[in-house]
Structures are given as structure tokens and as C-alpha cells.
Design a protein around this ligand. Structure first.
Ligand code: HEM
Length: 488
């Protein structure tokens, strides 16, 4: 349910975005400095008009206006430039389908992502995070963007296919994904087709990347089908194939394909960016990093495999990362009938936008919004009185994988932080260029081991040493961020 404060007495303001160019509108402002452009919009009104070539679109700049768009899914259906571009890629799967197909699809897939299923995956998530940092060396360089994407792709491979996507295919999916998300954003900001039909190297790369992802998924499905009903596994592919075998379910072969492509891409990409962003932000905020290390050390001293709920500070780091740098930063909708939004009449077929990034960076919702402050989300804090925190959207089209993604990121962060701290390379400067998703795409850092165990120290002795140093600190929450003991 929406937790926006109803504000029926309010006089809504409607405006136009700055930086308009005659005849083409705002694509230049949106493509050149997208985040600054978004941050400039709330000052123009609660609902702000943006022109993208011939297209007139409206951005919901007030949380209550965004909630109206998200909750009234019949009037504000999936559509507009982003979803028009996503459909050739994801077909008619759960992310892209229209409202009339949604309920059946959601009912089919929801059980595989319910909280108890997510809890069943916790060990696998921890194991994959251990694999991700197993080869790191003291002082060595780590390609954080590549490592996080490989990690989340392996996790999705497990959940969707019980690992039957081979290692090379999983790695290729990651590489193709990077090409796809870049191409998607340009295609969203320029909603005319002609420039993308020209066979430029970039357009060819994009088309090839899309074709390869489809082929890779088809091959996994074909292999499983050859195994017959006996080849069924307890994974999402198993759910889809057994539904497809029941004629009454309405699931076609095409839908099996579309749902798998949808889940593979959304599940791997956004979570990888969230984890990479968290590692990046922690390295810039030593106090937050110290508190996270203190929590991980104290909790794992008593419980070597804690769940996400046992790591409240680590979870707050994930929440603040999702606020500060939401991987899904811009989405579109299309009106299915004439309606009124923030007092503005919108005809049927109008494009409406909402942006978690814009809503999360409005100082009216979050004081000092540019500051990375995980404490906003600690139990008891009242961080979000306006209901502006929407990293996973809201309403019936809310992210299917929200619990899954938070668990995966929290456990990965705790697993890595128990062993390593990552540092930026000298001279590193942030160059965050949003694509269809937002986050660091070529982040390289160096790894420093956090605990120097003498060569050959057996794991139990080492964890006892940790326990002795952390227990004293954990008793006094005021010193939880103290860096005096185990941070070597
Ligand atoms: C940090 C990671 C993630 C973020 C930030 C994120 C964000 C979002 C957002 C904002 C939406 C709504 C889009 C809109 O309103 O147009 C969405 C939808 C969706 N997401 Fe995620 N997502 C994440 C991870 C995942 C994972 C791990 C999965 C699957 C395993 C997933 C599957 C989906 C699906 C299927 C939908 C469409 C739901 C529906 O319409 O019923 N996402 N996600």
C-alpha cells in the first residue's frame, strides 16, 4: 500500500522542464547530464512537462503524484518510450506486459520469490559471494563491476536454471547485458526509430547482443525439454515448463522464453549495480564502513551465517545505496484513458514518467539528499515521511525480486566485508553515466585483507581471535563504529 501522506487540499503546480531546444525538446539535456536534469525538475512543479522530439511526456515530481501513477495501474499502464524499447528484448514477460495480462503472470512467478523461498537461497547467496572474492589478493586490483555482475548472474543461473547455464554462457550474458543497457537508454531518450535502423557499429552490437541473449536462453530451455518431465527441477524454469504442460494455464512456449529473458536480465543487472554502488559508496564513507565492519564482526562471532535481518546496519547501507543511487532510476507509463494528474488533464495515450532518483534526491523528502547516511534507515528512524523512497516502485507492479535483491546484496556485502575492504585507485574520480540503469559500470578498486591471520592459522582459531576483539565493542553501541581493533 502507498504510504504517501494524502494531501487533498494541496494546490498542485505544473511546469515545463528547463533546457528546451526548439523542435527537438529536451533529449540533449536528458542525455548530457541526466541526473542534474532530473534534480532541476521539482523546482518547476509537482508535474513537469518534458519534450522528447515529437513526444510530450509528464514527469511526476511529487511523491504523491508518483504514487497515484503507480497505484492506478489500469489508467497508467506499462508503456511509453522505455517499455516500447524493452518489448523487443523481453517480449511480453512480467516486466513489460500490459495490465490485462499481469495478474496471471504475477501469480505464476510470485511463489518462486516469496520470502520463505528467498530464505532458502541464503546459503547459496553467501557461497557465491565467497566465490566472488576467493581469488582476491592483498593489494590486487578488483574489477568490481565485472565481479558483481558475474556474481549476480551466477545467482540468477541457480534460481532460474539450477545452474544449467554453462560458465561461458553466463559470462557472455553479463557482457551482452552491458551493451544492451547502454543501447536501451539512448533508444528511450530518442523515441524515433530511424537512427537505430542505420547499420552503425553501435546499432549492430546492440542487435547482436539482444540476439545472443535470446539464443542462450533458448538453448537452456531446449536442453531441459530434452530431459522430459523427469528432467524437471525445483527452479523457475521448472515452474514455467510444468505450467506450459498444463494446457489450462495459458502459458505458451513464447511466454516461457520471455519470462526467462526478463528475469535473467532484471535479476542480474540491477542487483549487481546495487552491490557495486554499495562497495563504491562505502569506500568513500569511512565512518559507514567502520560501522558495517563492526556489525559484521560482532554478529558473525556468534552466528557465522547470519541472515539479512540479523545485520541491521548492513541492511541500512543497502537501503541508503538504493536511495542514493537507485539502479532503476527512470520509468515510463502510458495513459489508457483520459485522466487528471496533479490537476492537469491528460488525454489517452499520454506518456508519464517517474524517477526514483528524482524522488530520492528531493530535499523536501530527504534532508541533505546528496549525503550518504545509512543511519536514516536504522530501526526506529523516521526516514521517509512523504513515502518518497521507491527503489522497487509500489503497487501491484512493484518489483517481484525486492526481497530477493535486498537479501542477496546484504549477504554479499557482509561476506565481502568480513574478509576485505576495497579502496579506490589513486586519482579515481566518479563518472557515473546513467544508462537504462544507474550504477558504476567500470569500477576497479584494490582489495585489502581486513584480518591478518598468521599463515596456516586454522579457521576456528581465527574466528575465536575475531570473537575476542569484537565482543567487547559490541556491548557498547556508542563505540560500534570504533576502528581500533580488527581492522588491520
Ligand atoms: C536492487 C535490485 C533491483 C531493483 C532496484 C529493482 C527495481 C525494480 C523496479 C523499480 C521495478 C518497477 C519498474 C516500473 O515501475 O516500471 C521492478 C520491477 C520488476 N523487477 Fe526488479 N529490481 C531489482 C531486482 C530484481 C530481481 C532480483 C528480480 C528477479 C529475480 C527482479 C524482477 C522484477 C520483475 C519481474 C519486475 C516486474 C514486476 C511486475 O510488474 O509485476 N528485480 N524492479
Amino acid at each position: 500500500m502507498s504510504n504517501a501522506v494524502p494531501d487533498t487540499e494541496r494546490a498542485w503546480t505544473v511546469g515545463t522542464a528547463p533546457g528546451i531546444f526548439p523542435s527537438i525538446g529536451h533529449p540533449i539535456a536528458l542525455l548530457r547530464r541526466p541526473l542534474d536534469f532530473l534534480n532541476s525538475l521539482p523546482a518547476r512543479g509537482d508535474l513537469v512537462e518534458i519534450r522528447l522530439g515529437p513526444l510530450r511526456a509528464w514527469m511526476a515530481c511529487h511523491p504523491e503524484v508518483a504514487h497515484q501513477v503507480l497505484m492506478d495501474t489500469r489508467t497508467f499502464d506499462k508503456g511509453g518510450p522505455l517499455y516500447n524499447r524493452l518489448r523487443p528484448l523481453m517480449g511480453n514477460g512480467l516486466v513489460t506486459c500490459r495490465q490485462d495480462a499481469h495478474r496471471r503472470q504475477r501469480r505464476l512467478l510470485q511463489p518462486d520469490f516469496r520470502p520463505s523461498r528467498v530464505a532458502d537461497h541464503a546459503d547459496m547467496m553467501r557461497r557465491e559471494a565467497e566465490v566472488a572474492c576467493r581469488e582476491w589478493r592483498a593489494g590486487g586490483e578488483v574489477d568490481v563491476s565485472a565481479v558483481t555482475l558475474a556474481l549476480t548472474t551466477r545467482v540468477m543461473n541457480h534460481v532460474l536454471f539450477s545452474d544449467s547455464l554453462g560458465g561461458a554462457a553466463a559470462a557472455e550474458v553479463g557482457e551482452r547485458l552491458a551493451v544492451i543497457v547502454r543501447g536501451l537508454f539512448v533508444r528511450t531518450a530518442v523515441p524515433v526509430d530511424a537512427p537505430f535502423r542505420v547499420p552503425t557499429p553501435a546499432n549492430r552490437r546492440y542487435r547482436h547482443a539482444v540476439d545472443r541473449v535470446h539464443t542462450i536462453v533458448d538453448e537452456v530451455v531446449a536442453r531441459r525439454r530434452r530431459g522430459g518431465p523427469d528432467g524437471d527441477r525445483d527452479d523457475v524454469l521448472g515452474t514455467l515448463l510444468s505450467a506450459a504442460r498444463e494446457g489450462s494455464s495459458g502459458v505458451t512456449e513464447q511466454e516461457v522464453h520471455d519470462q526467462l529473458v526478463t528475469l535473467l536480465l532484471t535479476g542480474a543487472e540491477s542487483t549487481a549495480l546495487c552491490l557495486a554502488s554499495a562497495l563504491d559508496l562505502l569506500a568513500r564513507h569511512p565512518e559507514a564502513e567502520r560501522r558495517l565492519h563492526a556489525e559484521v564482526d560482532a554478529v558473525t562471532a556468534d552466528q557465522p551465517r547470519p541472515g539479512p535481518d540479523e545485520l541491521p546496519y548492513t541492511r541500512s547501507v543497502v537501503a541508503e545505496t538504493l536511495r542514493h543511487r537507485p539502479p532503476g532510476w527512470l520509468f515510463t507509463r502510458i495513459t489508457t484513458q483520459e485522466t487528471t494528474l496533479a490537476g492537469q488533464r491528460l488525454p489517452r495515450g499520454t506518456t508519464v514518467l517517474y524517477s526514483p532518483y528524482l524522488l530520492h534526491h528531493d530535499p523536501a523528502s530527504f534532508p541533505d539528499p546528496e549525503r550518504f547516511l545509512p543511519e536514516r534507515w536504522l530501526p526506529g528512524a523516521t526516514a521517509d515521511p512523504r513515502g518518497a523512497m521507491l527503489p522497487f516502485a509500489a503497487g501491484s507492479r512493484k518489483c517481484l525480486g525486492d526481497t530477493f535483491a535486498v537479501a542477496e546484496t546484504t549477504l554479499a556485502l557482509a561476506t565481502i566485508a568480513g574478509r576485505w575492504r576495497l579502496r579506490h585507485l589513486p586519482g579515481y574520480a566518479e563518472r557515473l553515466r546513467p544508462a537504462a540503469t544507474l550504477g558504476p559500470r567500470s569500477l576497479v578498486m584494490t582489495s585489502e585483507p581486513r584480518v591478518h591471520a598468521p599463515e596456516g592459522t586454522a579457521p576456528p582459531a581465527r574466528s575465536l581471535a575475531l570473537r575476542a576483539t569484537t565482543a567487547a565493542r559490541a556491548q557498547d553501541p556508542r563505540t560500534a563504529g570504533d576502528n581500533g581493533v580488527d581492522d588491520a
